[in-house]
Design a protein around this ligand. Structure first.
Ligand code: HEM
Length: 541
C-alpha cells in the first residue's frame, strides 16, 4: 500500500506520514464511526420521545396553573374543556400534571394496549389517609401485595360459588328492608338512605355474618351516609397540599385534618365489626349472626378466611401488620361497595320517576316475570331484560365515577402521539364519552331501548371503550360481580313491591354534585305504596 493510497482513504482524518500509520488510522476511524453511530442512535431515541409533545391544554396562570379556574364541579369542567381541546388535554395544577382523555380510542390505548403501564394509582393526601397509607386494593401499586389482596377478594368473595352461597343473606336483608318500607306506606322515604342501609347490612353479613343491631341500624345508617359523603368530597376536592407538596405541612384548607377525623370514624366502625366477629360477642353496634346466617352454606365467612390465611403482606415500602391490611381491604369493600351501588339505586329511581312510560314498562315486565303473588328472587333477574337496559342507560347518563379512579404511568410513555410523563395523573373522562353525540344518538335522552337493539354490544366489564362505568383492564372494579347482582335485585324488589310517587308539590331535578362518587344534588324522596296482593308477603324475612 503506498502513502498515496493511505491518504486517499482517510485524507480528511489524519494526514499519514508513513505507511505504518495505516493501522492506527483504521482503528481511530472505526472508533470515530462507532462513537458517531452511538451518539446518533442515542439522539434519535431521545428525539423520538422529545418529538412527541405534551398534550394541548389551557394556559392557566404562572405558578398556579389552571387551579384558579377549576371550580368544584370537576366533571362538568372537564367536559367543557374536552369540547375545546379534543380527545386529550393536559392541565397543570400547581406543580402537578393532569391529563384528561376524552375519546374511546385513546381510552383503549390506556386500559387495553398499555394496561400494564397505566396500572398504578397516585393517591392524593386525603385518599392516602383514608386507605391506610394506600394499602387497600384500590390505591396500592401493582405488585405482589396488590395481586394478593385482589385475588383473595375476587376469589373468596366475588366468585359465582361464593355469591350463590350467600344469596340467603342478601335475600334476608332485602326482605327486612321491604318489611320496614311497608310500615312506612304513604310516607316520604329517602331512597338513597334506604338503599344504603340494605347494602351496609348485606356487605357486613357477607363479610362476617353479623349485621347492625336493628334498633341502631337506622341511626348508624344515617351517620354512615353523612360520613361517606364527607369522605368522598374530601377525597376528590382540589387540595393545595397536593398541588404544592412543599406547602403540605401547612394543610391550608384543613383537608388532612378533616380526613383524619373521617378516617377515625371508619376505623372505629370497622374495628368494632372485627371485634364482634373475632371475639364472638355482640357489641355496641353489631349483633352476631342469627340462625339463618349460621345455617347458610357458606362455611367460613370472608373475615375468617382472611385471618386464617398465610399471606405475604410485604409491599414495596414496608412490611405490614395483618390487622391493618384487613382494615384497609374492609374499608374498600364497605365504603366502595355500599355508596356506589346505593347511589345508582337513587339515580335509576330518579330517572324512572321522571320517565313514567319507562317506569310502566319496568313494572309490567316485573308483573309478567315475577307475578303479583310473589316477591322477587335473584333467579328472576336474568329474565328482566328491560330493567337491565334501564340500569345500563342510567349508568351511561349517571356514571357514579365519571372519571373512573385516576391512573398513573410507571414510566414516561406516548399516548395518541403525545408524551405522558411518568407520575402524571390520568383521568378517563367516561362521563363525557358516554354522552358524546358523535357516539350516541340523542345522548341526553333517557332511552333504555338503545341497549336492547344490540344486547351483546355493551356489557359492564369494560369491553367496549365507549361505555365503561366500572372501568376496564387489570384495575377494573373488583366488586363488579356483586354490584351486578345487588343493584338489579334491590331495584326489582323496590319496584315490584311498591308503587312510587313524588310527594305533592315536589319538582324532580336531576342535577348532580361532584365527589369521588357523583350523587344527586338533592336526595331523592318518594312515597311507597304496596303493590302486591297479599299483605303477608311483606312480613316474610
Ligand atoms: C354501582 C356499583 C359500582 C361502580 C359503578 C363501581 C365502579 C368502579 C370503578 C369505575 C373503579 C375503577 C376502575 C378502573 O380504574 O378502571 C372501581 C374500582 C374498585 N371497586 Fe368498584 N364499583 C361499584 C361497586 C363496587 C363494589 C360492590 C365493590 C366491593 C364490594 C367495589 C370494589 C372496588 C374495588 C376494590 C376497586 C379497586 C380495584 C383495583 O384498583 O384493583 N366496587 N369501581
Amino acid at each position: 500500500m503506498s502513502n498515496r493510497d493511505c491518504e486517499g482513504a482517510w485524507p480528511w482524518l489524519w494526514p499519514a506520514k508513513e505507511v505504518n500509520d495505516a493501522i492506527p488510522r483504521a482503528i481511530t476511524t472505526l472508533l470515530v464511526i462507532g462513537i458517531a453511530s452511538l451518539s446518533f442512535f442515542c439522539l434519535f431515541r431521545r428525539r423520538k420521545h422529545e418529538t412527541a409533545p405534551l398534550p394541548p391544554g389551557p394556559q392557566g396562570m404562572p405558578f398556579l396553573g389552571y387551579l384558579p379556574f377549576l371550580g368544584t364541579e370537576l366533571h362538568w369542567k372537564f367536559a367543557e374543556l374536552a369540547r375545546t381541546y379534543g380527545p386529550i388535554y393536559k392541565l397543570w395544577l400547581g406543580s402537578k400534571l393532569y391529563v384528561v382523555v376524552n375519546s374511546p380510542l385513546l381510552a383503549k390505548e390506556i386500559v387495553r394496549d398499555q394496561d400494564m403501564m397505566f396500572a398504578n394509582r397516585d393517591p392524593n393526601i386525603a385518599t392516602t389517609i383514608g386507605s391506610y397509607g394506600g394499602r387497600d386494593i384500590t390505591f396500592s401499586s401493582q405488585g405482589p401485595y396488590w395481586r394478593n389482596l385482589r385475588k383473595l377478594f375476587v376469589r373468596q368473595m366475588m366468585s359465582n360459588a361464593s355469591l350463590d352461597a350467600c344469596y340467603g343473606l342478601r335475600r334476608q336483608e332485602v326482605r327486612k328492608a321491604l318489611s320496614d318500607l311497608y310500615k312506612k306506606s304513604g310516607v316520604p322515604v329517602d331512597i338513597g338512605e334506604s338503599a344504603l342501609l340494605i347494602l351496609i347490612n348485606v356487605i357486613m353479613a357477607m363479610l362476617w355474618g353479623g349485621t347492625l343491631k336493628r334498633e341502631k341500624s337506622e341511626a348508624v345508617g344515617v351517620e354512615f351516609r353523612k360520613v361517606v359523603a364527607k369522605l368522598m368530597v374530601l377525597a376528590s376536592s382540589p387540595n393545595i397540599s397536593d398541588f404544592f407538596p412543599a406547602l403540605a405541612w401547612l394543610d391550608l384548607q384543613g383537608v388532612e385534618r378533616d380526613m383524619k377525623r373521617v378516617h377515625k370514624w371508619f376505623d372505629d366502625f370497622i374495628q368494632s365489626a372485627i371485634d364482634c366477629a373475632t371475639k364472638g360477642r355482640t357489641n355496641e353496634l353489631f349483633r352476631q349472626k342469627d340462625g339463618e346466617s349460621e345455617s347458610n352454606e357458606q362455611k367460613k365467612d370472608f373475615l375468617q378466611i382472611f385471618l386464617d390465611m398465610e399471606m405475604d403482606l410485604e409491599d414495596n415500602q414496608s412490611p405490614m401488620d395483618k390487622n391493618e391490611a384487613l382494615k384497609a381491604i374492609l374499608m374498600d369493600i364497605v365504603v366502595g361497595g355500599t355508596d356506589t351501588t346505593s347511589t345508582m339505586v337513587e339515580w335509576v329511581m330518579a330517572e324512572l320517576l321522571q320517565n313514567s312510560d319507562v317506569m310502566n314498562k319496568v313494572v309490567q315486565e316485573l308483573t309478567g316475570v315475577v307475578g303479583e303473588d310473589k316477591m322477587v328472587e335473584e333467579n328472576h333477574l336474568p329474565k328482566l331484560k328491560y330493567l337491565n337496559a334501564v340500569i345500563k342507560e342510567a349508568f351511561r347518563l349517571h356514571p357514579v365515577l365519571p372519571l373512573l379512579v385516576p391512573r398513573t404511568p410507571h414510566a414516561s410513555c406516548v399516548v395518541g402521539g403525545y408524551t405522558i410523563p411518568k407520575g402524571s395523573n390520568i383521568f378517563l373522562n367516561m362521563g363525557y364519552i358516554q354522552r358524546d353525540p358523535k357516539i350516541w344518538d340523542k345522548p341526553l335522552e333517557f332511552r333504555p331501548e338503545r341497549f336492547l337493539e344490540d344486547p351483546g354490544k355493551y356489557d359492564l366489564s369494560g369491553n367496549n371503550f365507549t361505555y365503561m362505568p366500572f372501568g376496564s383492564g387489570r384495575r377494573v372494579c373488583a366488586g363488579l360481580a356483586l354490584a351486578e347482582r345487588m343493584l338489579p335485585y334491590v331495584l326489582a324488589s323496590l319496584l315490584h313491591s311498591f308503587e312510587w310517587e313524588l310527594p305533592q308539590g315536589v319538582e324532580l331535578d336531576l342535577m348532580d354534585k361532584f365527589g369521588l362518587v357523583v350523587k344527586k344534588m338533592e336526595p331523592l324522596v318518594a312515597i311507597p305504596r304496596p303493590r302486591l296482593s297479599a299483605p303477608g308477603l311483606y312480613m316474610s324475612s
